[in-house]
Design a protein around this ligand. Structure first.
Ligand code: ZN
Length: 244
């Protein structure tokens, strides 16, 4: 059951058709892992916490620097020098004290990835490198945990939702990513919010609209494009997972 405070806090989303109190209860009992709390992770963590996801785990091993502040909106000048996961936990707890925020200050490796993703219903990508993404992808396929990929550069970004057993995995597609140095804060915020929306839809049982489809955003010409993506039948990561 939702109490009076929750009914008030989430009123504007409770009245959305097909969301309602049942959707809110599902969010409340959900466990979401955000890997990487940079430009992408700060935005997805903020909106998932505001929406009332019950448990949000943050995994990152970085320290806040001045050059992060143009896009990593959970960090302010006073946080420079602090572990990102700790600063993020403090801010998110003030935004919504009912959400249990678990910080994990560690670099994700093939050795520790299973213990980090264990128990998560959805993994949301906030990483900045493909090598670690592929480690997450492989572990999520093995554990059958949905993984919502996101990547950004400059004014461009992309995202897709990977459902093990149903969609291609990241290794099937191996997007080259968006290349080029530099990023404006708005690009990761935009992509991260699409990821957060996909995560919420997954949890409350609405079909994720980017399962098996890659969305590309280009801020230069303000266009969104969506491409169907195909499974690589000889993919070393997901070809052993049966389709259903
Ligand atoms: Zn694959």
């Amino acid at each position: 059951m939702l109490d009076q405070s929750e009914l008030a806090r989430y009123n504007r989303q409770l009245v959305i058709p097909d969301f309602g109190e049942e959707g809110q209860r599902k969010l409340k009992s959900a466990r979401i892992l955000i890997v990487g709390v940079g430009g992408l992770g700060c935005a997805s963590a903020t909106y998932l916490t505001a929406a009332g996801v019950g448990h949000v785990t943050l995994a990152d091993f970085d320290i806040v620097e001045l050059s992060d502040l143009n896009r990593q909106i959970l960090y302010w000048e006073e946080d420079i020098g602090e572990k990102k996961v700790m600063a993020a936990q403090r801010k998110l707890s003030k935004l919504n004290p009912a959400v249990e925020i678990t910080p994990i200050f560690t670099k994700i490796t093939e050795e520790n990835v299973f213990s980090i993703i264990d128990g998560s219903q959805v993994v949301v990508d906030g990483l900045d490198n493909m090598a670690t993404r592929l480690v997450i992808n492989s572990a999520c396929v093995k554990q059958k945990i949905p993984y919502i990929y996101g990547g950004v550069s400059r004014l461009r970004g992309m995202t897709t939702t990977i459902i093990p057993g149903k969609t291609p995995c990241l290794a099937c597609v191996y997007p080259e990513g968006v290349r080029g140095l530099g990023v404006l804060g708005i690009t990761p915020a935009l992509i991260a919010n699409l990821q957060a929306l996909e995560a919420i839809k997954l949890i409350i049982g609405h079909s994720p609209s980017l399962a098996g489809r890659l969305l590309l955003f280009n801020g230069d010409d303000m266009k969104f494009r969506i491409y169907d993506i195909k499974r690589n039948e000889s993919c070393k990561i997901c070809s052993s997972v049966s389709l259903h």
